[in-house]
Design a binder for this molecule. Sequence first.
Ligand code: NAD
Length: 490
Amino acid sequence: MELPNGGVNVQPLRNFINGVFVPAVSGSLMDTTNPATGEVITQLPLSKAEDVALATQAACNALPGWKSTTLEERIEWLEKIADVLEEKSEDIARLETLDTGKPISLSRRVDAYRSVANFRFFAEHATELPNLQYEANGAVNHVHRSPVGCVGLITPWNLPLYLLSWKVAPALLMGNTIVAKPSEMTPLTANLLAETMAELGLPHGVFNLVHGLGPDVGQAIVEHPDIQAISFTGGTATGRIVAATAAPMFKKLSLELGGKNATVLLDDAPLDSIMDDLVRASFTNSGQVCLAGSRILVHNAIYDEFEQRFVEAVNALVVGDPQDEQTQMGAVISRDHQSKVESYITLGLEEGGRVIAGGTSAQVPFPNLPSQGAFIRPTVIAGLPISCRTATEEIFGPVVTLHRFNDEDEAVAMVNATDYGLAGSVWTASANRGHAFAQRMDSGIVWVNTWLNRDLRTPFGGVKQSGVGREGGLWSMNFFSELTNVCVQR
Ligand code: NAD
């Protein structure tokens, strides 16, 4: 007989406030569901502003003690957290697959790996923080760095612990205390992180976790006057609400938002060697990656050959049970999200497109997968104008559109014809040509002949409506610290 939750034991979750696991003050709970089966995994607290107030009080109380620790002591904490998370890698992968419906191989390779790597990276790179001094006019300017204070961290469902740890590690390192809120759809690994903090005996109140809905818990974090900075990753529409609330309070704000990223194949793109990468850039995590290439722009000279080979490669992807090691694409995050993504496939047809691979689950059903599972085949739509809604709005699912161009100027105009500017990639036999093209793209990150090749020291973030501010290396450490200057006359 199949064990519930694939044999993973998941107890009802509680908030983690002041070093103790507690229910929401109201006692209310909500379900979290496995999107691959539609089954309830467990319950989490349906917290409100009163729970955020308790967590913030705990974080404020813990701040003086935590900020008085040395950088070396905090580096040691990060290393200890990384060690324990590494021991729990398989648990992280299993919980992430249960919560998100992503393939277990992906959860191991990306989610579990990066969650550990984020803590290790910031522990190692803290020692490279520059000690800045400037001399002029007979005086020495000493640049000092102090924590911002109590910070709010709000994260989405697509890479749950990967993105939470990307904020928690630099925030702790720079001496801040934390009130964190994971997505209500994927709370399991945030809970694992809280358990890890408790096992290690991190001082009470330094890391607090409040579960619940965005408009309740997220909004209460952003509104709380004692939270001095907000680091938010999520959709552009939510980012707009977060900014509208935080800006008049003059909070430090980092917004990592949505994207509609272009993958550009110049006329010399080496099709023989890049097809796997292009499929990966389009459909990793069912396309639910903010950096996914969801619009593929191809030079006319190679378009026909590309289209045929790409469709073949896409149709060969194994869509199935996320627990199966062979599965390459699992479920999308929920039935609601499935409906949203499928409505874009329908819209694509209405806007004049041709579905040349995949289609909605009604058009191409999955006879061997749970009927309540949120599965969609990898879908490719050709023949759409670049300015239509399907080609300009973020779908955040396994749907890509293909477009032709005649020359580089036209391609640049097509790339830049969206409100977003997060990421993109260029594929060409000439690295120099690719590099030159990349600099004409309105995009925070461009990869030339690669995709999702991440060096954690580099600035990460979007332009236009894809975000405000940068994360990564020194940029994260700067965000989570206040730089002040003392000028000493000699
Ligand atoms: P979302 O905006 O719906 O939710 C993100 C988080 O914000 C969740 O924890 C949610 O509960 C919370 N939230 C909702 N309303 C809130 C409010 N009023 N105040 C404060 N918090 C609130 O996003 P999602 O659907 O969870 O994630 C998908 C989106 O995230 C996509 O648009 C994707 O592109 C984006 N994303 C961006 C990056 C990046 O680095 N730029 C990375 C991953 C995902």
